[in-house]
Design a protein around this ligand. Structure first.
Ligand SMILES: NC(=O)c1ccc[n+]([C@@H]2O[C@H](COP(=O)([O-])OP(=O)(O)OC[C@H]3O[C@@H](n4cnc5c(N)ncnc54)[C@H](O)[C@@H]3O)[C@@H](O)[C@H]2O)c1
Length: 362
């Protein structure tokens, strides 16, 4: 019988629930063992233990050691991934790190060095936009030359203000709309055009959230020049009004010498206005639940599938496959560092009021 990954989750907050659900789904299918959760907050780890039948730990190191885990997933706030990812690798685990991999070059290099030293362990960054079927088709059409040479493009990702105003009160400094969501499209652009960033110019505003006593950027808009000559503008913001019809507004358009590809990732054609609520739109592409005849819930969508892919990759290695076989199938530490580099430059440029940052200097 083939081996399946024994996994523990570090961070049982909002997105930790998605990890717990993805591995529950895999466990139901016999493709993973969801063993434990580590969270600093007792209430959160105990709740996860109750809801998902896992063992709760306060200390992720103790969890790895006692449970003899093959893998951990890191689902802590953006600026708190590094020590956990590095320690996880050092303790022999495969690691899935939530995006962004890290928010400073120093932290990125620590993770990349730890990963480079362990060529038989996976370090994957969870950039799930790569699994959205519309983006899969975008990547294919560019790879097969149907857009010609990529010239320029535009992407936007904006959260409703509930995210920045209400969800992140407990977060330490170190995140921003560009880190929390802009980075998704930075990674997607790099992945579809197969080029790294070269220069970045960015500006942003800090007014709306400041007026609410929160010291976060409202938005950052970055213009990124890539090594292949293409230029992209990326907007990251998180102050859309409470009445907006979805938690996230997002989309991308790319123009090449032979074609154009435009995707509205928010409006997928489904809307409803239900009792006591305002108009809502739905992106069932990212997350879905189906009730199966055996009384279980089947979780799906690209947000879940991306976490599942990590388990498939680990299972491949546990059963004698190599990391080399998996090259290019997931965002690795090299991708993590190149994505973060663009975001670090965007913040540096915006802080300085719009200077041009050459990425070779970082
Ligand atoms: N892939 C996506 O689309 C997506 C969506 C949402 C969030 N995320 C990412 O997931 C990560 C977590 O976001 P969230 O919204 O769940 O945050 P959250 O604040 O809801 O949860 C974070 C949890 O981590 C715990 N934690 C912090 N340090 C810890 C430590 N050393 N050991 C154990 N637990 C620790 C906290 O107690 C908290 O429960 C972030 O990096 C975020 O960017 C990704």
């Amino acid at each position: 019988m083939s081996k399946v990954v024994r996994v523990g989750i570090v961070g049982g907050g909002i997105f930790g629930q998605w990890h717990l659900k993805a591995f529950t789904q895999l466990q139901n299918e016999g493709k993973a063992e969801l063993v434990a959760i580590a969270d600093l907050i007792e209430e959160k780890r105990n709740q996860a233990a109750k809801d998902f039948g896992v063992k709760p730990y306060a200390d992720y190191r103790e969890m790895i050691e006692k449970e003899n885990l093959d893998a951990i997933t890191v689902v802590t706030p953006d600026s708190l991934h590094t020590n956990i990812a590095v320690t996880g690798l050092e303790m022999g685990c495969h690691v899935l790190c939530e995006k962004p991999m890290a928010t400073t070059m120093e932290d990125c290099r620590k993770i990349k060095n730890a990963s480079d030293k362990r060529p038989n362990q996976i370090l994957m960054v969870d950039f799930h936009k790569r699994l959205d079927m519309y983006h899969v088709e975008l990547e294919r059409s560019i790879r097969e030359g149907e857009l010609g040479d990529i010239q320029y493009g535009y992407a936007y990702m904006e959260d409703k203000i509930v995210v920045s105003r209400d969800w992140f009160k407990s977060w330490p400094a170190g995140s921003s709309p560009f880190w929390f969501i802009g980075v998704h499209f930075v990674d997607l652009i790099r992945w579809v055009i197969k080029s790294n960033g070269k220069k970045v110019f960015a500006t942003g505003r800090r007014e709306k959230l400041k007026s609410l006593g929160l010291d976060f950027w409202d938005n950052i808009t970055a213009q990124i020049v890539f090594e292949n000559g293409a230029t992209f503008t990326v907007d990251g913001g998180w102050t859309l009004p409470d009445g907006f019809e979805a938690i996230v507004n997002q989309g991308i358009r790319i123009i090449g010498t032979e074609g154009i590809f435009e995707i509205d990732s928010q409006d997928r054609g489904a809307g409803a206005c239900l009792k006591g609520k305002t108009q809502q739109s739905y992106n069932l592409g990212v997350y879905s639940e189906k009730h199966t005849p055996d009384g279980k819930i089947q979780y799906g969508g690209y947000g879940i599938e991306s976490i599942m892919e990590f388990a498939y990759h680990v299972n491949h290695v546990l059963n004698g496959g190599t990391i080399a076989d998996l090259k290019g199938l997931y965002a690795d530490a090299e991708d993590g560092i190149e994505d973060s580099k663009i975001c670090i430059a965007a913040h540096m440029s915006a802080e300085a009021g719009g200077t041009v940052i050459d990425l070779d200097t970082l």
